[in-house]
Design a protein around this ligand. Structure first.
Ligand SMILES: Cc1ncc(COP(=O)(O)O)c(C=O)c1O
Length: 281
């Protein structure tokens, strides 16, 4: 803290201080947990969480994929030199051009809307492989924990109302291989229950639709780097127990997309107080 104060006197605020050793130690805990519980994994760093060039390049150097949700983020990944197939492309607002390019480059592309299903007609024959974003009733499975209890999830195809089944049928009719499912779920609690629910839905969907999956992408939303909160080992071990019943660890990769969990705790935002006022009560 003293060092940060001293830096604040020398540099123009606001600025970030990135505690690199803390970041790297925390990241190591994450990879150790994955190695122990599901040693066939991809970590996609969530660009939306903080896309400072140093940060996204650093996560690239640690072996992470770039997790992107817009054409801007997708282009940014290419701009900083991320290998073209080490990009995960999510979200409902992809452009058609970037969607087709990403599929062609064999990025991990998770379809999030009907128009992307339509665009599949324009993908060259030999590259036809895609992931699909699943929307499910997390509020029912984890009461009081979801972010939008009344509105439901905004992303992906809903399992409960049959939209997911319809989308899978349509994709199959186009002779496109469904190689992955994506189940990111933001929650108020970041609790272990959320990941128990995600893993259960992944198994249910796999069995019900007879999917042969190269990956299960459980998204982000974890705690990380905080001793009072769940640890990486707990999250991954809970998912391992459930997923291992339906998935072969050697065949199906576990993808996680941390943002806050890897860049929340090891970063400080430094700013200055430039004025004060007193509220009379
Ligand atoms: C698809 C997706 N992946 C990963 C993340 C990262 O989440 P967090 O920063 O909570 O780990 C988000 C955040 O909303 C997201 O929408």
């Amino acid at each position: 803290m003293g060092q940060i104060k001293a830096a604040a006197m020398n540099f123009k605020t606001p600025f970030y201080v990135i505690h690199k050793n803390e970041l790297d130690d925390n990241y190591k805990k994450l990879t150790s947990a994955l190695e122990k519980h599901w040693n066939n994994y991809i970590i996609g760093y969530s660009y939306k969480t903080n896309a400072l060039p140093w940060i996204i390049k650093h996560f690239d150097s640690l072996g992470c994929y770039a997790e992107t949700v817009s054409e801007d983020e997708y282009e940014l990944a290419k701009l900083v030199g991320v290998t073209k197939n080490k990009i995960i492309y999510n979200g409902p607002i992809k452009t058609k051009e970037s969607f087709l390019e990403a599929v062609q480059n064999e990025c991990i592309v998770n379809i999030d809307s009907q128009r992307e299903i339509d665009w599949l007609d324009e993908v060259k024959e030999e590259k036809k492989s895609i992931g699909i974003r699943i929307n499910f009733d997390i509020e029912k499975m984890c009461p009081g924990q979801s972010q939008c209890p009344n509105e439901g999830g905004r992303f992906g195809f809903c399992y409960e109302n049959g939209e997911l089944g319809k989308a899978i049928k349509q994709i199959r009719e186009k002779k496109v291989n469904i190689s992955g499912i994506h189940l990111h779920t933001s929650s108020k609690t970041r609790s272990l229950d959320i990941y128990r629910a995600i893993a259960n839905v992944a198994c249910k969907v796999k069995e019900e639709f007879s999917l042969d999956l190269d990956y299960v992408d459980v998204g982000g939303g974890f705690f990380g780097g905080l001793s009072t909160k769940p640890q990486f080992g707990e999250y991954i071990s809970i998912m391992e127990d459930i997923l291992a019943k339906s998935f072969d660890k050697k065949k199906t990769k576990l993808i996680i997309e941390p943002g806050m969990a890897v860049i929340g705790a090891p970063i400080s935002y430094v700013t200055s107080v430039i004025d004060m006022f007193i509220i009379q009560r």
